[in-house]
Design a protein around this ligand. Structure first.
Ligand SMILES: [Zn+2]
Length: 373
């Protein structure tokens, strides 16, 4: 009996609504109604619609983290709170551009390698050009003396969900830049820096001499030891992402990339493993809430004592609940696990739908920017 049922299931790929039901339960109906519909290219699609999915996240460190921010001389970025405490923080550039976007790209490349040839015709009809997919996040190249290196914006393809969701910059004057429709927050820890930040000393072993003395720049000898400040394992960070004007498939793809982000920061071969919890999402008409605010409330209660992850998640849920009359509020601490638990087939459906939606968005932007063509 069950064999028969399975074979029926396998013949038809799951619809995006069925997949959404696994994540959101019955609320999927309301969310589908709420989400942007973008059936065909139309310049009206380019205009902001005031649809904001407020996604509350808790980032849990599963190993020690090295989160070093550009322009920052310290290894660990800290912020002060209203309560007068100093706590570690992660800036959104590290999480969104450095980790979540890369995760989405990895998912898109995996899909294109396996499924691209089956769907390239469908994508081409919506404006996809070429039959390869080479979109990458290319780090800023080190500048050689006076030479200007223009490559910092090269790499983005401008025709995939990652580009149309997280934005991209172009160099040709004839074209236009696309702004990110994901807006981040600062991810703030409710644990005091003095408890969450540790100093770790490493031996620097020279590969050639097998000693711990290495020749430094200009003939000077550098120290054989070096010290890193790191975030201790178990530390949590609270933040919120605003996802704007997206179709249901784009929302699902973005949430998947957030939930499936597993590394952050520097030296990820040894450090940086994380788990992203999504305890609450508020589908609303405006942006609501901030991680900094939540952490201030928590510090007022906990006095910066080390909290269990459950306590942090409870506090985020409690905070989000006050906004339940201002949209569709999904309170479910297993959202992240449910997203991580989707099958490859289900993820494939989400990616294909999001890709089509992204291409329609791009065509709509073209119509808006160049109305005579
Ligand atoms: Zn791209």
């Amino acid at each position: 009996m069950s064999l028969g049922i399975n074979s029926i299931d396998q013949s038809k790929p799951p619809s995006i609504e069925e997949i959404g039901r696994k994540i959101f339960g019955d609320s999927v109906k309301d969310i589908l109604k709420w989400a942007i519909k973008r059936e065909k290219p139309d310049k009206y699609n380019a205009i902001p619609k005031g649809k904001v999915a407020n996604v509350f996240v808790v980032i849990e460190a599963l190993s020690r983290l090295i989160i070093r921010h550009e322009q920052d001389t310290e290894d660990v970025t800290v912020v002060s709170t209203y309560t007068g405490d100093v706590v570690p923080a992660i800036l959104n550039t590290k999480f969104q551009s450095g980790a979540v976007r890369r995760q989405m790209l990895a998912m898109l490349h995996g899909w294109f390698d396996r499924k691209g040839k089956d769907f390239i015709g469908e994508l081409e009809k919506l404006g996809f050009k070429g039959n390869t997919y080479t979109c990458v996040v290319r780090p800023y190249m080190r500048q050689e003396r006076e030479e200007r290196v223009p490559e910092q914006v090269e790499g983005f393809c401008g025709q995939c969900p990652s580009c149309l969701i997280f934005g991209y910059a172009v160099q040709e004057a004839a074209s236009y830049n696309v702004k990110s429709r994901v807006e981040g927050d600062i991810y703030v820890s409710p644990i005091l820096a003095e408890k969450a930040v540790i100093r770790v000393t490493f031996n620097a072993v020279d590969d050639i001499t097998k000693t711990t003395i290495m020749p430094g720049e200009g003939g000077a000898r550098t120290g054989a030891l070096y010290i890193y400040k790191m975030i201790e394992v178990g530390t949590s960070f609270v933040g919120k992402l605003a996802i704007r004007d997206m179709t249901f498939a784009e929302i699902m793809l973005t949430l998947l990339a957030i939930a499936r982000t597993t590394r952050i920061g520097g030296r990820v071969t040894h450090f940086g493993e994380i788990k992203v919890h999504i305890p609450a999402i508020l589908f609303s008409s405006y942006e609501i809430g901030s991680g900094y605010e939540i952490v201030n409330i928590m510090l007022g209660k906990s006095r910066g004592e080390v909290l269990r992850i459950e306590d942090v998640i409870n506090n985020v849920a409690e905070y989000a609940e006050q906004f339940k009359k201002q949209g569709i509020l999904i309170l479910d601490r297993s959202l992240g696990d449910k997203l991580r638990g989707l099958t490859e087939e289900e993820v494939d459906t989400i990616i294909l739908e999001a890709w089509k939606d992204a291409l329609i968005y791009k065509q709509s932007l073209n119509m808006f920017v160049k109305p005579n063509k």
